[in-house]
Design a protein around this ligand. Structure first.
Ligand code: SAM
Length: 290
């Protein structure tokens, strides 16, 4: 099993109150953060969401092997963290963690189509039980929709995003774009190297999984689920996500019912980045209800 290394683990744990009773981990992944949090808050229960059933099964197995007491204090929810309000219902959380983005395993499991390496069907869905795949959107989206994805989520200039979108639409008339290599070769034709191809793959992943829409929904509902005096931590890995979190937190602070625990986002130090490159773009913001 390829393990995901939890990002800013020490820092996340330092904001937890050991007396907390209800923790929500919006993105359980392989359970690294969840295990550490429950080892500190000995009387807490944790509601752990993951939209990817495969990750959830692995987390469950891993946590049980780690500590049966910790495993018995977790309620697993296979689903979208946007449903947090419905899942908690009348309960209020003392501590919410939302560690966005992908699990390392999503990239390493070549068959899921997230990586430019290897050949696989162009899928990239977190939840493989529902919804269109990236191959589907490359077959159906208009030039304008594709341009929008590349411009907004990959930060490509408007003319370059349009060139890529037009090339996709022309190519698919002759041959469907269904594998990771079909897409990579097409992008290479437009002069993109590996780094730029990775950014385009990432933009399609954000689109197919509605990552920004999910974050926006979460930001509009989580205050209702937070207990009278505790914290919500969000770790982002992309400037658009961080901007959304910063803006939503600032709007809540302006109501006088919340405060920012740290003025600036917490970022991994060079030692963490040296061990875990996936952490290099992480930004953690912490909001406290007062
Ligand atoms: C960065 S990983 C979390 C890693 C975790 N903190 C750990 O320590 O292992 C992000 C996880 O979020 C899940 N995910 C992505 N979008 C989601 C959503 N809308 N709802 C629930 N889970 C989601 C992914 O499947 C992935 O496993």
């Amino acid at each position: 099993m390829i393990l995901h290394t939890p990002v800013l683990l020490h820092e996340v744990c330092s904001f937890l109150n050991p007396e907390d009773k209800l923790i929500v981990d919006c993105t359980l992944g392989h359970g690294g953060h969840a295990m550490a949090l429950l080892s500190i808050a000995k009387n807490a229960r944790l509601v752990g969401f993951d939209i990817d059933q495969l990750m959830m099964d692995k987390a469950e197995m891993r946590i049980r092997a780690f500590d049966v007491d910790v495993a018995n204090r977790i309620d697993y929810v296979h689903g979208n963290y946007t449903t947090i309000q419905d899942v908690l219902w009348s309960k209020k959380a003392d501590f919410i963690l939302n560690d966005l983005w992908v699990n390392l395993e999503h990239f390493k499991a070549v068959e899921r189509g997230f990586s430019i390496r290897g050949t696989a069907a162009l899928d990239m869905r977190f939840d493989t039980s529902t919804g269109p795949t990236v191959a589907d959107i490359l077959a159906k989206y208009t030039t304008d929709q594709l341009r929008h994805v590349f411009e907004q989520y990959a930060d490509f200039s408007s003319p370059k995003a349009l060139e890529l979108a037009q090339h996709i639409v022309t190519t698919r008339k002759q041959k469907p774009i269904v594998t990771t290599q079909d897409l990579k070769l097409l992008l290479n034709d437009c002069g993109l190297g590996d780094k730029a191809c990775t950014v385009i793959f990432q933009s399609l992943r954000i689109e197919i999984n509605q990552e920004l829409e999910n974050l926006k929904t979460f930001l509009s509902v989580f205050p209702e689920t937070l207990n009278s005096a505790w914290r919500c931590i969000i770790i982002t890995y992309h400037s658009i996500e961080d901007r959304l979190v910063k803006q939503a937190f600032n709007e809540l602070v302006a109501t006088w019912n919340y405060k920012l625990v740290t003025k600036k986002p917490v970022m991994p130090n060079y030692k963490e980045v040296a061990i875990n490159r996936a952490a290099r773009s992480a930004k953690m913001r912490i909001l406290e209800r007062i």
